[in-house]
Design a protein around this ligand. Structure first.
Ligand SMILES: [Zn+2]
Length: 93
C-alpha cells in the first residue's frame, strides 16, 4: 500500500498544539486489493505451498488461480506486450 508523509496540526489538548509528521496511507486501488488477497491466500494455503520434486510450486490451487485471474484482469500493464506475457513461475490459465 502506498504511503507518504505529511505535516499536520496536532491538537495536544492543552497548550498551543504542534505540527507533526504523520504517515498517510493512500486508498487501495482494486488491483492492489486483488493482489493483496492473492498474496494473503497463497502464504496461508497448504495447497499453494506444495512443491514438486524440483522444488517448484505445483500451482494446483484453484482458489489461487481464480484470485490470480482476477488480479490480472484488474491490473493495468504498462504496455500491451506485458499484458500477454506471463511471468515465469506464475500460474497459467
Ligand atoms: Zn491456495
Amino acid at each position: 500500500m502506498a504511503s507518504h508523509i505529511e505535516r499536520r496540526w496536532l491538537d495536544t489538548g492543552s497548550g498551543p498544539g504542534a505540527m507533526v509528521d504523520v504517515i498517510v496511507y493512500d486508498a487501495e486501488s482494486p488491483d492492489q486489493a486483488a493482489y493483496r488477497r492473492l498474496i494473503a491466500h497463497s502464504s496461508a494455503c497448504q495447497t499453494c505451498r506444495q512443491l514438486d520434486e524440483n522444488g517448484w510450486a505445483t500451482s494446483t490451487c484453484e482458489t489461487a488461480q481464480r484470485l490470480y485471474r482476477v488480479w490480472r484482469r484488474l491490473w493495468r500493464p504498462l504496455t500491451a506486450a506485458a499484458a500477454t506475457a506471463s511471468p515465469e513461475g506464475s500460474p497459467t490459465t
